[in-house]
Design a protein around this ligand. Structure first.
Ligand SMILES: Cc1ncc(COP(=O)(O)O)c(C=O)c1O
Length: 424
């Protein structure tokens, strides 16, 4: 039986047997006991599935990962300690020293840094392309050593919307997968796999948790990318892994299982960026109401964006759900709405005006965070990007007067009243 998104949010991933706990159990154990070394040996050989050490896998995490995979329409999923770890694993699972990535330039600053600086130190190079590039410009960015294409459905903080279909087409024409960070819309508003994406990642720290309680990440494989059809490009999946007794992941685990099995057996084993089972439990509580919360975040985001657009102290508003927004058409195609509750606006008067508005806010708190039940805001010029001059900020498309507001679940009238008194 095929269930809808709401039913999956509440029930997917965990099916208790007769007399078993209704809520997912928190398996707070680092290790698992076996009767014989032979039994445990089968796990080490990947001949049997099961648990032996929580640095690699834990049952609580797997229930929650299975729920997120079901929501995204994927074949398998895994949880990571953070969104940063999810994006690193998704890329590093198929890239190695000498590889090249094509990435949208409009992505979260942390991910930009991960790809442009840290992965560069590992010998993995990147070509950034504008999310608004033409098909020809996009195709021109590929090289012989390109192994992945990366972008965010709705970029943080620029709020650009990616043309997922066009990016997927270009990736597939070059024999590589499209990896999409779907943190902002969540699968409630957009399922990138349905538009051609192959791998989907999340910072579950954001809407999925939704309550500012636990940092975490997730990776979902669509199970559709045929690694064996591009055997020479992905030796890590298509040739024997000597660190796992010569297993060839794509042969042994097939289209649906190879990517996540390799990321778990190899990367999680070696890097150990696993999500704690307590955090996975908290994440699941958030997921149970994700389908109820997301429409409210969008409703509040839309109302706040409309209010700000009509305010004479505001120079510019970015929200893909606004008819005047350059990404409105894409937002309607991919989400049918604004997609999330995050709105960016530029106050007239630059840095000083933005600082003074934010000081006067009573309900909307100053935080380095988005996508929470409680509304919050941030001025990149005085926080995340404070090392940059006003001129550098302007060039990066982040004017000094820019304020990013994450609209929570409060009454929209109260959020608007708070902004109105602060702007006054
Ligand atoms: C779109 C996006 N991806 C990834 C991340 C990184 O996630 P985390 O903070 O959970 O490591 C963030 C964090 O803000 C984000 O907004």
């Amino acid at each position: 039986m095929a269930f809808g998104t709401g039913t999956k949010c509440v029930q997917a991933g965990y099916k208790p047997g007769n007399g078993e706990p209704r809520q997912i159990p928190i398996v707070q154990s680092t290790t698992f006991k076996y009767d014989t070394s032979e039994d445990m040996g089968k796990l080490f050989d990947l001949e049997a599935s099961g648990y032996f050490y929580t640095r690699l896998q834990n049952p609580t995490n797997d229930y929650v990962a299975a729920k997120i995979a079901a929501l995204e329409g994927g074949s398998a999923g895994m949880l990571t300690s953070s969104g940063q770890a999810a994006n690193f694993f998704a890329l590093f699972n198929i890239c190695e020293c000498g590889s090249h990535i094509v990435a949208s330039s409009s992505i979260y600053g942390g991910t930009f840094n991960l790809i442009a600086v840290t992965m560069a130190k590992m010998g993995i190079e990147v070509t950034f392309v504008s999310p608004d590039c033409s098909e020809d410009e996009l195709n021109a960015a590929f090289k012989e050593n390109t192994r992945a294409v990366f972008g965010e459905t709705i970029a943080n903080p620029a709020l650009t919307v990616l043309d997922i279909e066009m990016f997927a087409k270009a990736a597939h024409a070059h024999g590589v997968p499209l990896i999409i960070d779907n943190t902002f819309p969540t699968p409630v508003n957009c399922r990138p796999i349905e538009w051609g994406a192959d791998i989907v990642t999340h910072s579950t720290t954001k809407y999925m948790d939704g309550h500012g309680a636990a940092v975490g990440g997730a990776i979902v494989d669509s199970g559709k990318f045929d690694w064996m059809a591009h055997k020479e490009l992905f030796p890590g999946l298509t040739t024997p892994d000597e660190s796992y007794h010569g297993i060839t992941y794509a042969e042994k685990f097939g289209l649906g299982g190879a990517f996540i099995t390799k990321a778990t057996a190899q990367l999680m084993r070696d890097f150990g960026c696993i999500q704690g089972p307590q955090n996975a439990f908290l994440l699941n509580l958030g997921l149970e109401s994700l389908h109820v919360r997301m429409p409210r975040h969008v409703e509040n985001g839309t109302a706040v964006a409309e209010f700000l657009s009509a305010n004479d102290k505001v120079a510019k508003v970015s929200y893909p759900g606004l008819k005047s927004d350059p990404y409105y058409e894409r937002a309607m195609k991919y989400f049918g709405c604004g997609g999330c509750g995050v709105v960016s606006f530029e106050v007239k008067g630059g840095r000083a005006a933005a600082e003074s508005v934010m000081k006067k806010l009573k309900l909307i708190a100053i935080e380095t965070h988005v996508a929470d039940a409680r509304s919050c805001c941030l001025n990149p010029a005085t926080s995340t990007h404070r090392q940059m001059t006003d001129e550098q900020l302007e060039a990066a498309g982040i004017p000094a007067g820019l304020i990013r507001v994450s609209c929570g679940l409060e009454d929209k009238e109260d959020l608007i009243a708070d902004l109105e008194q602060a702007l006054k």
